[in-house]
Design a protein around this ligand. Structure first.
Ligand code: HEM
Length: 644
């Protein structure tokens, strides 16, 4: 019975198929075929892999079509194609045939339902969102990017001048790639659009609707109610698990309660000695670069912040400044780089697909190395706390594990979570929190220090004022910084705050909307959508910062001038219950490093002709200088050795 049924279905399908083909043949017979049809030439060329020959065939078909009233028919496998060159026919076809051919299915594997190859029902919605993003005003705003990339391209081509023929392709292809991949430029553009649209604009990212918000009144509500982090953070959760920064709210609440007391002013102040010692080391490391022209500051400042954070978080002297080949540092940088790639490359997102890429093995290797290291520190800490022994275990060859201090965050977390025996954090919870602090505290502060350097090089008058203040506080002494110095460095603090306004390490924060939310601006954000908080946009919005919002002016933070109309109009450390608990720590670490280095060296670089600073930025988890914080140093006085 079943066999009869199957046979019947097959027969019906064959008849229908034959009928359709007959119909097709009938229609096709009115249209000539080219003299050499596809199966003969096309397949042979395809098998030989000669794409040049395929192009030659396509050109030939086009010529034949020109001679046959603008159309010829071609079979590709079992599918009949009409090659059309007649503009009148094309006018109708381009308006009616909107579905892309199945041949594009291979590209769809990469772009998914991205507008270009999406099926028509999906395409219609996507196109509606995409078209306004190509408005003349927006496209015009990209000319700056094209222009900068063109100057770079011209400089790259310089190497080939008067050297005979060469392939232009690698040069022009990277030019367009750089322009198109300028993710930060797109985020900035969207933020400007939001400013012009009463502080909000909507954007589709894949199938999720995001609202990019820059209105501080709306943000005040959103930052207090939308506490759940977006799913895009799941890649970084692979590293830090349920560590405070990206934990689901139910877990985050408990973790935050334990973490906040560990950032009390008294505890953070006690870290200044660590910042100071590491800053002296940093100044010594920089010595090699003095009077030697421009160099990238990034490896120097990022190892300074890593050493400071590891010492204060785990009590371990990482010595990354002297030992940049430290496996922990290499793994940390590599894994963060892979996370960033996964966020922006859709094909690396599904876990099963990512596992097929060689990067997966690298990812796991780095993860294991980092976990093993932190687990080792935790084990030693527990043992040490148990025996309360002052004698330290044998020094680890690479990490110098023996030298931890008693009041690191790790000590505090063990105690604050309920103690070393029962009730307190498990080893995994401790590892998650320690890694969270390391990741949240390292690059953020390094990025910010790097931007201060860039801006001081651009504005020597501002640097001179910083230097004069340092001379006033430290006299001609080259002693290391102590905690009492920091509150006296008021102008330096204004420079840091203004830098964090214009060039902030975390320009965007993404949260989930779990329930419909009515906002002060009158809009309602629907449950299931996402909020892209453009802190970058908030900080540059002339509605709140005046017509000179884009200008670098540290004195706008003078108490008599600074009037924070809305809490959320300045929030480099975010706002609300999920803001950054490390802001005092970061400011102290930055001020210590800057006041140590700037007494020894003058930073020089390309000066800015106006008060609007231009720094080319890229998104690499954080917003970083695309040129690696390139500056030069000139000597002012000998490096620091003496204590007060
Ligand atoms: C200039 C330096 C820094 C900047 C600009 C910065 C910025 C931020 C921002 C914007 C957030 C909130 C993200 C959100 O709202 O979703 C955050 C969270 C956090 N930051 Fe920082 N941060 C800095 C330094 C630090 C340091 C030095 C530490 C620790 C040593 C730290 C630890 C954390 C932690 C634990 C969180 C998670 C808070 C929570 O979810 O409850 N940050 N940071």
């Amino acid at each position: 019975m079943l066999l009869y049924l199957i046979a019947g279905v097959l027969l019906a399908w064959t008849v229908a198929y034959k009928y359709r083909r007959r119909n097709m043949y009938k229609l096709a017979s009115r249209i000539p075929a080219p003299t050499n049809e596809w199966p003969m030439i096309g397949v042979a060329h395809t098998l030989s892999g000669s794409t040049e020959d395929i192009m030659a065939s396509l050109q030939k078909f086009s010529y034949e079509a020109m001679e046959n009233d603008g159309i010829v028919r071609v079979w590709l496998g079992h599918i009949l194609y009409f090659v059309v060159v007649n503009p009148l026919d094309l006018d109708v076809l381009m308006k009616t045939c909107l579905e892309k051919d199945d041949l594009h299915r291979f590209l769809r594997k990469v772009t998914g339902n991205g507008t270009v190859f999406a099926p028509v029902p999906i395409w219609r919605k996507r196109r509606k969102v995409l078209v306004p993003a190509f408005s003349p005003k927006i496209v015009e705003s990209f000319v700056d990017v094209f222009s900068k990339q063109s100057v770079k391209l011209t400089k790259q081509l310089e190497k080939q001048v008067d050297k005979g023929p060469f392939s232009l392709w690698p040069f022009v292809s990277t030019y367009t790639l750089d322009s198109v991949c300028d993710i930060m430029a797109s985020l900035q553009k969207i933020s400007y659009e939001a400013m012009d649209n009463d502080g909000m604009i909507k954007v589709w990212l894949g199938h999720i609707l995001y609202f990019v918000v820059v209105n501080p009144l709306d943000l005040d509500v959103l930052m207090k109610t939308c506490l759940e982090k977006d799913d895009l953070h799941r890649f970084i959760r692979k590293i830090i698990g349920n560590g405070t920064v990206f934990a689901p709210v139910s877990i985050w609440r408990k973790r935050r309660k334990v973490l906040v007391p560990a950032f009390s002013p008294k505890i953070v102040e006690s870290f200044v000695d660590v910042f100071s010692e590491q800053s002296v080391k940093l100044t010594k490391q920089l010595e090699k670069q003095v009077d030697k022209g421009p160099f990238s500051l990034w490896p120097f400042v990022s190892t300074y912040t890593l050493d400071s954070v590891c010492e204060t978080a785990m009590g371990v002297k990482m010595n990354a400044q002297e030992n940049p080949d430290s496996p922990f540092l290499i793994c940390l940088n590599r894994i963060l780089n892979l996370v960033c790639k996964r966020i922006f490359h859709l094909w690396l997102q599904p876990e099963w697909l990512f596992k097929l890429f060689p990067q997966y093995i690298e990812h796991q290797k780095c993860l294991n190395e980092m976990h093993e290291f932190v687990d080792k520190v935790i084990k030693m800490k527990r043992a040490d706390m148990k025996t309360e022994s002052k004698s330290k275990p044998e020094t680890d060859k690479v990490y110098d594990l023996g030298q931890y201090k008693m009041q690191s965050f790790l000590d505090l977390l063990v105690t604050l979570s309920g103690g070393n025996t029962g009730g307190g954090y498990t080893d995994i919870e401790l590892r998650e929190e320690v890694l969270t602090l390391t990741i949240a505290g390292t690059d953020t502060s390094a990025v910010a220090i790097g931007y201060v350097f860039k801006l001081l090089a651009k504005y020597p008058d501002v640097q001179e004022k910083v230097y004069q203040e340092l001379c006033k506080v430290f006299g001609d002494s080259n002693r290391p910084v102590i905690k009492e110095d920091l509150p006296k460095l008021k102008y330096l603090e204004r420079v840091v705050k203004e830098t964090l306004r214009l060039f902030l390490p975390v320009p965007f924060v993404i949260r989930k909307v779990l329930n419909d939310i009515a906002l002060p601006s009158g809009r309602v954000l629907p449950a299931g959508s996402g909020v892209g908080v453009s802190i970058w946009g908030v900080h540059r919005d002339p509605h709140y910062w005046g017509p000179d919002a884009e200008h670098f002016d540290p004195d706008r933070f003078l108490p008599e001038r600074f009037n924070l109309a809305h809490t959320c109009s300045y929030m480099p450390f975010s706002s609300g219950p999920r803001n950054c608990p490390g802001y005092q720590y970061a400011l102290m670490s930055m001020k210590t490093a800057l006041s140590t280095i700037l007494r020894s060296y003058k930073v020089v670089g390309e000066q800015e002709p106006t008060t609007i600073p231009h720094i080319r930025v890229k998104i690499d988890i954080m917003m970083k200088d695309a040129d690696g914080y390139c500056v030069a140093l000139e000597r002012r006085m000998p490096t620091f050795t003496k204590k007060k």
